[in-house]
Design a binder for this molecule. Structure first.
Ligand code: RIB
Length: 303
C-alpha cells in the first residue's frame, strides 16, 4: 500500500452562502453561515484518508479552540498528526462566500500556517522521506514548500504540486516537481497563457514542461482535465453531477490523482479517477463533507 504525506495548510473555513456575490460597495443578504474544517493541505489529507490511504500531514495549528478540534478530527479519520505542531497564534482562517451556482471566493488569514518554515520541514523530513507521494500546495511559506520538495526529491518521493492559490513560483520548485496540477487561472499565472481551449491547454502544458515539470495535469472544472506529457496533450472528460459547492474540488482532485497513481493506475486512468472524486466532492456543502469514499468513486466510474 502506498504512503502519502501532505505538507501544507490547515484552516477553519467560515462560509457564507448567498444567491450572488455582492458587487464592490454593495450589501446583499446571505442565506446561511457555517463553520467547516478546511485548508488546501488538510483538504488533500482528508480526501486521501477518506479514500482509504495511509496519510500523514505536516503543518501547524494555532492555540485556539479550533486547533484541538482539528487534532481530534484527524485522529478520528486515522490521519497521522505526528507532523502537526501548535503555535502561539491563531489557526489559519478562510473567509469563504459561495453563490447559488456553487462558485466561491476566498480570503485567507494564514495564522499558524504562516509559521511553517524550512527549519520546521527539516525537523519533519522523515515523514516526507518515508512517503511514496508528497502533496504540496501554496498556503504555507514558499521556503517550506521548497524544502519539502528538495527533501522529497532526495528521497525519491514522487511530488504532486498544486500551485494554488495562484502566484509566483520559483523555477527551482518547478524543476523538482513530478506532476503539477493547475487550474486555468493558476496555469495562466505560471505561463502567461490562458488555457480556454485545446490549443491553449497544449500551449500552457508545453510552457509548464519546458520549465522543468515532468507532467502537467491541468484541471478544467466540469470539463475534466487535460494531460500534457512528452509533448502530447490528452483530454480526460469530467462527470456531470448535481453541484452545490465547488470548494475543495481541486484538493479532492489532487488526492484522487495521488491515490490512484499509488494504486498503480496509469496516468489517464488516474486522472479519470480524480475527476470522479472531485465531482462527487461538489455535491455537498463544505470543503471536506462531500469528499468520497473509494466505493462512491468506483460507483461513479461504473466499476
Ligand atoms: O481549496 C479550498 C480551500 O481553500 C478551503 O478549504 C479554504 O480553507 C482555502 O484554503
Amino acid at each position: 500500500m502506498s504512503r502519502f504525506c501532505v505538507a501544507g495548510s490547515l484552516n477553519i473555513d467560515l462560509v457564507t452562502r448567498t444567491k450572488r456575490f455582492p458587487k464592490q460597495g454593495e450589501t446583499v443578504q446571505g442565506e446561511s453561515f457555517s463553520t467547516f474544517t478546511g485548508g488546501k493541505g488538510a483538504n488533500q489529507a482528508v480526501a486521501l484518508s477518506k479514500l482509504g490511504a495511509e496519510t500523514v500531514m505536516t503543518g501547524k495549528l494555532g492555540n485556539d479552540i479550533y486547533a484541538a478540534q482539528y487534532m481530534e478530527y484527524f485522529r478520528k479519520l486515522g490521519i497521522s498528526t505526528e507532523g502537526i505542531t501548535r503555535e502561539e497564534t491563531s489557526t489559519g482562517i478562510a473567509v469563504i462566500t459561495v453563490d447559488e451556482n456553487g462558485e466561491n471566493s476566498i480570503i485567507i488569514i494564514p495564522g499558524a500556517n504562516g509559521r511553517v518554515d524550512a527549519a520546521y520541514i527539516k525537523e519533519k523530513k522523515e515523514l516526507i522521506a518515508k512517503a511514496d507521494f508528497l502533496l504540496l500546495q501554496l498556503e504555507i511559506p514558499m521556503e517550506a514548500v521548497l524544502e519539502a520538495a528538495r527533501t522529497a526529491k532526495a528521497a525519491g518521493t514522487e511530488i504532486i504540486f498544486d500551485p494554488a492559490p495562484a502566484g509566483n513560483v520559483p523555477s527551482e520548485l518547478l524543476k523538482l516537481v513530478d506532476i503539477i496540477t493547475p487550474n486555468e487561472t493558476e496555469a495562466e499565472a505560471l505561463t502567461g497563457i490562458r488555457p480556454d481551449d485545446e490549443a491553449g491547454f497544449a500551449a500552457a502544458g508545453k510552457a509548464l514542461t519546458s520549465k522543468g515539470v515532468r507532467t502537467a495535469v491541468m484541471k478544467a472544472g466540469s470539463r475534466g482535465a487535460y494531460i500534457y506529457e512528452k509533448g502530447r496533450l490528452a483530454h480526460v472528460a469530467g462527470f456531470k453531477v448535481n453541484t452545490v459547492d465547488t470548494t475543495a474540488a481541486g484538493d479532492t482532485f489532487n488526492a484522487g490523482l495521488a491515490y490512484a497513481l499509488g494504486e498503480g493506475m496509469e496516468l489517464a486512468g488516474a486522472v479519470r479517477f480524480a475527476n470522479a472524486a472531485a465531482a462527487i466532492s461538489t455535491t455537498k456543502h463544505g470543503a471536506q463533507d462531500g469528499m468520497p469514499s473509494i466505493d462512491e468513486v468506483q460507483n461513479l466510474l461504473g466499476f
